[in-house]
Design a protein around this ligand. Structure first.
Ligand SMILES: Nc1nc2c(ncn2[C@@H]2O[C@H](COP(=O)(O)OP(=O)(O)OP(=O)(O)O)[C@@H](O)[C@H]2O)c(=O)[nH]1
Ligand SMILES: [Zn+2]
Length: 202
């Protein structure tokens, strides 16, 4: 829409349309959970929920490896670990569709080029914004970097809290899950692995 076009007064911000069957599914869930989906405060909720889920699952609309396509060859001979740590992320577990909130540390040992550091976080979010289990998220991030940067080594450690364990079910707040994936030098060489884990703060 150009800025000269008349805005759609029902949807002035151009939010994505939500098909009726999707709204109906959310109304069904609201009713089944015990509330009345036709009461005033819940009338727009199905659309909001659907759009929120589009956002939580935005990763399905992208191939995260695209972020690794631009590399920098000029690295001044730098061949040590590159690490981005404490990257906060949000995902949703595929079992309960409950939030997973945590932080990731992503490291690689460059071969002859590096990537813009923000791209490591973009790769993480591309896989996190899907329905996930933490183990697969960790493995997918590591594999993507391994395949596309072809570095000497990759290390990914993710520490997260699962809403399905804190807000429901076993209801154990404060519990953290840690997963790691080591590839190449970090898998094969104990000294390199210890070094990267120590840089990550483990
Ligand atoms: N390994 C793994 N398990 C997860 C992850 N996210 C959630 N879970 C677990 O998935 C399991 C699903 O177990 P089920 O017995 O099928 O489901 P449930 O009856 O809702 O289980 P409870 O959560 O124990 O109430 C639970 O133990 C969750 O804690 C994850 O990222 N990785
Ligand atoms: Zn869960």
């Amino acid at each position: 829409m150009s800025c000269l076009d008349e805005p759609d007064m029902d949807n002035p911000l151009g939010k994505p349309d939500v098909p009726e069957h999707v709204q109906e599914a959310i109304r069904t869930l609201i009713g089944w959970a015990g509330d009345d989906p036709t009461r005033e405060g819940l009338l727009d909720t199905p659309k909001r929920v659907a759009r929120a889920w589009l956002e939580y699952c935005q990763g399905y609309q992208e191939d995260p490896s695209i972020h690794l396509s631009r590399v920098f060859e000029e690295v001044g001979g730098y061949d040590e670990v590159v690490l981005l740590k404490d990257i906060p992320f949000q995902s949703h577990c595929e079992h309960h569709m409950a939030p997973i909130q945590g932080k990731a540390a992503i490291a690689y040992l460059p071969r002859d080029h590096v990537v813009g550091i923000s791209k490591l976080a973009r790769v993480l979010h591309g896989y996190a914004r899907r329905l996930q289990i933490q183990e697969r998220l960790t493995a997918e991030v590591a594999q993507c970097i391994w395949n596309h940067l072809k570095p000497h080594g990759v290390a990914v450690v993710i520490e997260a809290q699962h809403g399905c364990m804190t807000g429901r079910g076993v209801r154990t707040p404060g519990v953290g899950m840690i997963t790691s994936r080591m590839m190449g030098t970090f898998l094969e060489d104990e000294r390199s692995r210890k070094e990267v884990l120590s840089l990550m703060g483990y």
